[in-house]
Design a binder for this molecule. Structure first.
Ligand SMILES: Cc1cc2nc3c(=O)[nH]c(=O)nc-3n(C[C@H](O)[C@H](O)[C@H](O)COP(=O)(O)O)c2cc1C
Length: 551
């Protein structure tokens, strides 16, 4: 393998393959970044629009009463009515703050959704119509103050047309990336992390929607230009290099028989774009650096109008009896990344299998049911400390056709011995992989001192051929899987951490993959956490002194 970006124009597919190659970490050379922490230019993690009307959202007094395991069942709770209170709760439990942490004088916010380096490049916008207590319009969500900032009004005519078109209550959510927030620390590899974070945020939105009895569906027929128009990005005076990249548009609504959302009505984007945009974006850093390779890959992976793809996901097996677990909202609120593990931590074999099975994509089960295409990722597992299961290297197949393809691509010496009766999980090789897993994860101990860790292997070259926009979606799927594992770990008394720093090709070498038919896109590790006693924790919204609402 080995592509390089040159001055000669490459095709969009080649640009993606070239970007992926040049942003790999190698034992002898990390992907290009500034190589030091430029503290003077550390980006503000919160976007604010000065001059936009700010609407304070109520904080939840009590969370929806849903069992954690019901998040994954086909049994959807009765949909909550659309109101300021329910939209506020939906945002609070997906993209809101989860806590403040402090050591000495340093203090920083954590959020319900995780983010590489806690830099939070993902921003969210809502297009609301006919929501009780909120005027129709386009809003930016500000998690720091739990507010909606109104960026655009919507005429009654257009709001009515949208509501009539979708035949029922619902609203739109768009996500964007401030690439600079990640590029500040991670340089050229930052595009990957931004896409992981979109996946985590989509999953967080999907779980929170389920708490309200709503579902997420991606909207077909919207390309990146349309989305930029809709969000007013081309009419916004961004500070240099701080512009936001539109990523994805979903509809949030009670479930319908139709599993995919219809496209936006003809002419709607133009009609919204004709309304003026309110608010000046805050400056995030005094100075920013432009990373050309990122701009190339952004252009090459631009979403096209024709990109809708039906998923045809299987239906989830019925859960035996009523689920009995912790509260879903409590698990969502307590999710954190582990920073250290007790290497003696163990997990029962049944729990391990149930946890891994949760990453499977099922129709009408969040978070992988939103219509972004069939699953492309299977999991390479480093099993360290699971009771009654031999330590070693395993493969969990998330799409039936991956079994044969991966077996053909991987080392022929692997055993492919089925490890569970009812699950496509296969032992490849027995052994103690603790040191290897840590070494491959940029020498991070948490990948080896865990109960298990894993690498997400994506079908790569083929799905991207003639569809380079899918590159972003591969990372979204990886992020969605990561979010499932974060919650699963919390719900079962463990803790997880997403790992974006890993040595790409050494992972491929370990399993005998020597081309880009499959690529490792993300790592994750789960274990028994050890808390850092120096860290102080404070509640997420004590600084607001705002009365919670009952809804
Ligand atoms: C895409 C992604 C990559 C990450 N990579 C690493 C990593 O390589 N090492 C690590 O210790 N934590 C990693 N994390 C965890 C973040 O540091 C963590 O999410 C962030 O500090 C916020 O903390 P919280 O998850 O407890 O809210 C990653 C998280 C994400 C979402």
């Amino acid at each position: 393998m080995g592509f390089a970006l040159t001055a000669s124009p490459l095709s969009r597919d080649q640009t993606v393959y070239a970007y992926h190659e040049r942003t790999k970490h190698h034992y002898h050379r990390m992907a290009r970044s500034s190589g030091y922490m430029d503290w003077a230019n550390q980006p503000d993690p919160f976007r604010r629009y000065a001059g936009a009307t700010s609407v304070s959202l109520p904080l939840s007094w009590s969370d929806p009463d849903l069992d954690y395991h019901a998040l994954f069942s086909m049994d959807i709770p009765a949909p909550a009515p659309l109101s300021k209170g329910t939209v506020a709760a939906f945002l609070e439990l997906s993209l809101g703050l989860s806590a403040w942490k402090a050591i000495g004088r340093d203090r920083w916010a954590l959020r319900i959704n995780p983010s590489s380096g806690n830099l939070h490049p993902t921003e969210a916008y809502l297009l609301l119509t006919q929501v009780e207590g909120l005027a129709d319009g386009l809003y930016h969500y500000g998690p720091e103050k739990h507010v909606l900032e109104k960026r655009r009004a919507l005429t009654r005519k257009h709001a009515g047309a949208l509501a009539a078109h979708f035949e029922g209550p619902g609203f739109l959510v768009a996500l964007s990336s401030v690439i600079w927030r990640e590029a500040w620390k991670y340089g050229e590899r930052a595009f990957r992390y931004c896409q992981h974070d979109i996946g985590h945020a989509l999953a967080a939105l999907g779980f929170s929607a389920r708490l309200q009895g709503w579902c997420l569906r991606s909207l077909p027929g919207v390309d990146e230009k349309d989305l930029a128009h809709l969000l007013g990005f081309d009419d916004t005076a961004w500070h240099p290099q701080e512009e936001e990249t539109p990523e994805v548009l979903v509809r949030v609504a009670p479930p319908t028989a139709n599993t995919s959302a219809p496209a936006l009505p003809e002419g709607f984007v133009q009609a919204v774009a004709a309304q003026s945009v309110q608010g000046q974006p805050n400056q995030l850093s005094p100075a920013c650096r432009r990373w050309e390779a990122i701009h190339d890959v952004l252009a090459a992976t631009c979403q096209e109008k024709s990109a809708a793809a039906p998923d045809h996901l299987p239906t989830a097996p019925a859960a035996p009896g009523k689920p009995m677990g912790p509260s879903a909202a409590a698990v969502i609120r307590q999710r954190r990344s582990a920073v250290a593990f007790d290497p003696r931590g163990r997990m029962k074999r049944g729990d391990f299998f149930r946890m891994i099975a949760r990453t499977y994509a099922f129709a009408d089960c969040p978070p992988l049911d939103i219509g972004l295409g069939a699953p492309q990722i299977s999991l390479l597992l480093f099993v360290h400390q699971v009771t009654d299961l031999a330590a070693g290297l395993y493969m969990f197949i998330r799409r039936p056709s991956h079994r044969e393809a991966l077996q053909a691509a991987c080392d022929p010496a692997f055993r492919w011995q089925q490890a569970a009766e009812d699950l496509p999980i296969f032992l490849l090789q027995k052994g103690d992989y603790r040191a290897t897993a840590a070494e491959l994860a940029c020498r991070q101990e948490i990948a080896g001192s865990s109960i298990f860790s894993l690498a997400m292997l994506a079908a790569f070259r083929k799905p991207l051929e003639n569809s380079p926009w899918r590159y972003r979606r591969l990372f979204w799927e990886a992020g969605q899987i990561g979010q499932v594992l974060y919650l699963e770990a919390e719900a079962r008394g463990y803790r997880g951490t997403g790992i974006g720093c890993y040595f790409d090709d050494p992972v491929h070498d370990l399993i005998g993959i020597s081309d880009n038919s499959w690529q490792d896109l993300y790592h994750f590790t789960v274990g028994r956490p050890i808390e850092d006693p120096r860290l102080q924790t404070f509640p997420p919204y004590a600084h607001l002194k705002r009365a919670p609402s009952g809804s």
